[in-house]
Write a protein that binds this ligand. Structure first.
Ligand code: ARG
Length: 596
């Protein structure tokens, strides 16, 4: 059974067509005036313009055709020619019943599933993650889950940044600090790279820790800005690393491993897990042949010692720089590995769509890479999509930094939010009597819900201010509020089970029940919108409305105290609400605890 809105749209489509008018005019939308109607059709106005007839006359004819529909209790013409639809209690009851029985809680499956890669998070070796990575992780994870849920075959890929200039910088800085490392690098570099270099172990590097990396990299990055010789050395090391100079290569491998392990752990704590953890370095072997092919296709141009692909077009409104394929030092650049990754993915996954969930500030980078890929015949137009987003800002309106002015580590952000969530739980008198381990687990879930919901509640293009107090509040449009509502339904259902009160056939009657079912019915529309616009905020909005509708229903309609048939009906409504709310939240990457 499809949702009421779609079912009614089909009926209205047929009504317009029967009158010799375009069926699309029969599009049904939620009513602007819920006090007057549940749904409305506005197509009579444009139809009147085309046909040169009064809109109310056309609306009347459409209404006449719709009126006998058993799903409709009333069909009325309003104002200049709007058609107002009120759904019957019986149709709402049947819809609620179907949602309650549906493991997908009323959501459809795609008719034509695609193969989709979501490229998100994009963490790097050494470089600390900033808020752009956090937003990418949250939004990308939600898109991955949504696409998969609707039926696409989806691969989430972290696209690990492990092959750039920062590697040369870091290797140089480590050697500067620790003579033992410098010696080991030198000794290994003196030999030739054996074919089986990947099975080689270099014990000298085992001692290098993440703390060392985190401490050395920012200093090195700062020094490279002003010290040209230092910068040049890092560039040279980067190029030699990419040529697999053994000392650099083995140290690099150790760094990539320790960083990756720590990152995966931090992401996991945030409910972000990848299907593929491909690094930029993984596509390095593809680069020589790719460069040859670009050359053959006449796309590669020499430019001040570098080799580039020009992608600018005559009608461009702003000047787009070329794609630098090989730098003047001979190394692969950020765009080079991105282009090679497109090639790699085309061969391994053959995706119909690749979603790059990356900071809006990289829009030009992707435009350049996508154009180059199309020129080279590696991708079709529309196959590669950059899904950009705004920044998470501090109260100063600039991208969020810690109090010390540094970039915010993901773990620290979660830790900080978890502390605040603990306080909030205490303030609200929640979870006090639970075992400590469970309380901690709940605080963790509240923290993740707070951070993710605050991010996903806005359209991704919008920047927002990180406000930990507001995000963790149990009142208002927040993640914790939604968790609290969902937990409330869970405890209601537990209580019903204890009292052996069973759920049964839905009989919608009260206005609050009608509103709740209409909210439940809107799930599919929200999912479709989120899917088409790469906009998980549509799901967040839906979850929020559903929770509010439930809260009103709960206040207006006694459940356990009602007479058995009414109680049974309301319990089914509560079950349907819980399953849909929990599902919607899970698509956002938010987990509901059992109790609070
Ligand atoms: N590592 C990059 C950064 O930190 C993000 C990677 C995004 N994905 C991509 N395919 N370029 O900016």
């Amino acid at each position: 059974m499809s949702d009421l809105k779609r079912g009614l749209s089909e009926a209205a489509f047929a009504a317009f067509e029967a009158l010799g008018l375009p069926g699309e005019l029969g599009r049904v939308t939620a009513s602007d005036r819920p006090d007057l109607a549940d749904f409305q059709v506005n197509g009579a106005l444009p139809a009147a313009k085309r046909a040169g007839r009064p809109p109310r006359e056309i609306a009347g004819q459409v209404a006449e055709r719709l009126a006998p529909d058993p799903r409709l209790a009333a069909v009325e013409i309003a104002g200049p020619g709007f058609i107002n639809l009120r759904v019957s209690d019986a149709a709402l009851s049947a819809r609620a019943q179907a949602i309650a029985a549906d493991p997908r809680a009323g959501a459809e499956r795609l008719a034509r599933p695609r193969r989709v890669i979501v490229d998100y998070a994009g963490p790097n070796v050494a470089k600390e993650m900033h808020v752009g990575h956090l937003r990418s992780s949250i939004i990308g994870e939600a898109l991955k889950r949504l696409y998969r849920f609707r039926g696409d075959e989806v691969w989430g890929d972290a696209h690990f940044g492990d092959w750039g200039f920062q590697m040369g910088l870091l290797i140089g800085a480590l050697a500067d600090e620790d003579p033992a490392i410098a010696r080991a690098v030198e000794e290994l570099n003196a030999g030739r790279a054996p074919n089986d270099i990947d099975s080689l172990e270099a014990p000298a590097f085992q001692a290098v820790t993440l703390e060392q990396v985190d401490r050395l990299y920012p200093e090195a990055a700062a020094r490279a800005k002003s010290d040209e010789a230092y910068r040049d050395r890092a560039r040279r090391i980067t190029a030699e690393l990419q040529a697999k100079r053994p000392g650099y290569y083995l140290l690099w491998r150790h760094l990539a491993r320790v960083t990756r392990a720590a990152l995966e752990r931090d992401f996991h704590a945030l409910g972000v897990d990848f299907d593929l953890w491909k690094g930029e370095s993984d596509v390095d072997p593809l680069i020589p042949a790719m460069v040859g092919e670009l050359e053959e296709k006449g796309l590669l141009v020499e430019d001040q010692g570098a080799r580039i692909v020009r992608v600018a077009r005559e009608d461009d409104k702003r000047e787009l720089p070329p794609l630098i394929v090989v730098s003047s030092e001979g190394s692969a650049m950020y765009g080079t590995t991105d282009l090679a990754t497109i090639l790699d993915r085309a061969r391994s996954v053959r995706p119909d769509l690749v979603i790059y969930c990356v900071d809006q500030r990289q829009a030009d980078h992707f435009e350049i890479v996508f154009r180059a890929a199309e020129l080279a015949g590696y991708a079709r137009p529309g196959q590669l999509v950059h899904v950009g987003f705004g920044t998470m800002n501090g109260t100063d309106g600039k991208p969020f930094k810690t109090r010390a002015g540094g970039v915010l580590k993901l773990v620290d952000l979660i830790g900080m939010t978890r502390d605040r969530a603990r306080e909030r739980l205490h303030e609200a008198g929640l979870g006090e009597d639970l075992p400590e381990a469970e309380f901690d687990d709940i605080a963790g879930k509240v923290a993740v819900a707070a951070v993710k919901f605050a991010d996903l509640a806005n359209f991704r293009g919008t920047s927002y201010v990180f406000d930990i107090d507001r995000f963790t509040a149990f009142e208002g449009k927040t993640g914790p509020y939604l968790l609290y509502q969902a937990v409330r339904v869970k405890s209601l259902l537990r209580k019903a089970a204890e009292e052996q009160a069973e759920a049964g056939p839905v009989m919608v009657a009260d206005p609050a029940e009608r509103d709740l079912v209409l909210s439940l019915d809107a799930f599919e529309t929200a999912l479709a919108e989120a899917y088409e616009r790469y906009a998980p905020n549509a799901i967040a909005e839906h979850a929020w409305r559903l929770a509010q509708a439930f809260s009103k229903f709960y206040a207006a309609c006694p459940i356990l105290q009602a007479e058995p048939a009414v109680r049974a009906s309301r319990l089914t409504l509560a079950q349907a609400t819980l399953s849909q709310l929990e599902l919607a939240l899970s698509l956002l990457g938010i987990v509901v605890p059992e109790r609070m």
